[in-house]
Design a protein around this ligand. Structure first.
Ligand code: RET
Length: 283
């Protein structure tokens, strides 16, 4: 007896019964988080300067893009400080049979729940989509992130987690269909410049966002990638999907000051026609 407060039975095999395998971030991942934090800091400052240089009424996209960048900036600060992270039991076991605990940065999901609807809002306002379509796509997007969060955090069976993953992917497909069909239909009524900017930004979303469920699957799939590799992959995508996307939109928009976006009738309809609150009955 070693005087240990909880008298554990002596190990019967090669390993003590409490042995667990931990997959966690190293200095490589931590350094990556700080570097990306620095990128977002710089991009927030540049966006504020760009906003100051345009007329007040053209600042809507600067405001939305600014909120997106500030949110990512905050989420990377939290993660780089070692917060917004928890241990989740993997359904995979280590080679020696020990259970695996893996670090999951849930702070990302809070970031995504705020920033992905705003990125879609940028796109939807550019296209001049009807309000009800915008709301539907944004809500589907939030469900996508929330279901993904449960798939990532649930200490449940492999089946249950992939089931939530599949539901999240279904919401993602709904969002993509909205961008490709409804969004393009609205964009087709706009000037050729706005149409071009819409096609580029929508294409970026389709290609870049698809990387996220792929990285997610790689962290729990067959050849599990390291926590560092996960941090780097999400980091690269975050920088392109937020910073490159945002600056492309803002610079393309400032060239199109002459283009006024054609709004659907429901946005401009005079009061008095049949409406549900701010939304026209036929919207
Ligand atoms: C999850 C896992 C479950 C399946 C799907 C996902 C999709 C995530 C996406 C994230 C996009 C994030 C962006 C961040 C900032 O730039 C939640 C990973 C479909 C599409 C664009």
């Amino acid at each position: 007896h070693h005087g240990h407060p909880t008298a554990l039975p002596p190990p019967s095999g090669h390993l003590p019964p409490f042995h667990v395998h931990r997959e966690q971030i190293t200095h490589v991942g931590m350094r990556t988080l700080w570097v990306i934090f620095a990128f977002f800091t710089l991009s927030v400052v540049i966006t504020m300067i760009m906003a100051k240089r345009v007329e007040r009424k053209l600042r809507l996209f600067h405001l939305i893009t600014g909120i997106i960048l500030v949110t990512a900036h905050a989420s990377y600060l939290v993660m780089a400080c070692g917060m917004g992270v928890t241990w989740v039991k993997s359904f995979k076991h280590a080679a020696d049979g020990a259970p695996v605990l893996r670090q999951v940065f849930y702070a990302r999901y809070i970031d995504w729940a705020i920033t992905t609807p705003l990125l879609l809002l940028d796109l939807a306002l550019l296209a001049g989509m009807p309000k009800i379509q915008i709301v539907t796509i944004l809500v589907a997007d939030v469900f996508m992130i929330v279901m993904g969060l449960f798939a990532a955090l649930q200490d449940a069976s492999e089946k249950a987690r992939w089931f939530l993953y599949a539901i999240s992917c279904a919401f993602y497909l709904y969002v993509l269909f909205g961008i490709v069909f409804a969004g393009r239909k609205s964009a087709s009524l706009q000037s050729s410049n706005v149409r071009r900017v819409y096609n580029v930004t929508a294409g970026m979303i389709i290609v870049l966002w698809t990387g996220y469920p792929i990285i997610f699957a790689l962290t729990e799939g067959k050849g599990r990638i390291s926590v560092d590799a996960e941090v780097i992959c999400y980091g690269v995508l975050d920088v392109i999907a937020k910073i490159v996307f945002g600056f492309y939109l803002l610079s393309a928009h400032s060239h199109s000051e002459g283009d006024s976006v054609v709004l659907p009738e429901s946005w401009t309809e005079p009061r008095g026609s049949l409406r549900y609150g701010a939304i026209a009955s036929d919207d």
